[in-house]
Design a protein. Structure first.
Length: 106
């Protein structure tokens, strides 16, 4: 399916890392939202941002949209949006985004 990933060890490792970290970011966002609704112990914002910073940014962003969590917290967004930007720039810099975009419908 994604031949450019299979033929490049860096891209394979990066995709695997982003997938695992993204799942963790998504789950952490969902758990925090559920705990927020119940008034229980919360996952600190610093932890959510750290998960994003180490690669869970796509999962955390998806979780924010799916669970409607942290999307109106300006203080969180001021820190989260630059993390997203840094990851997108880094993925573009190593050519990862170009690899993926070759498989998008034209």
């Amino acid at each position: 399916m994604l031949g450019c990933l299979q033929s490049n060890l860096l891209y394979e490792l990066l995709a695997s890392w982003l997938l695992i970290a993204g799942v963790i970011g998504f789950i952490a966002t969902g758990i925090d939202k559920a705990r927020a609704r119940r008034g229980g112990w919360r996952i600190p914002e610093a932890t959510l941002l750290s998960i994003s910073l180490v690669g869970g940014v796509l999962g955390a962003a998806l979780g924010a949209v799916v669970f409607h969590h942290k999307t109106s917290k300006l203080g969180f967004l001021v820190l989260f949006i630059p993390v997203v930007a840094v990851w997108l720039l880094a993925l573009q810099w190593v050519g990862f985004l170009g690899c993926l975009s070759a498989y998008l419908p034209q």
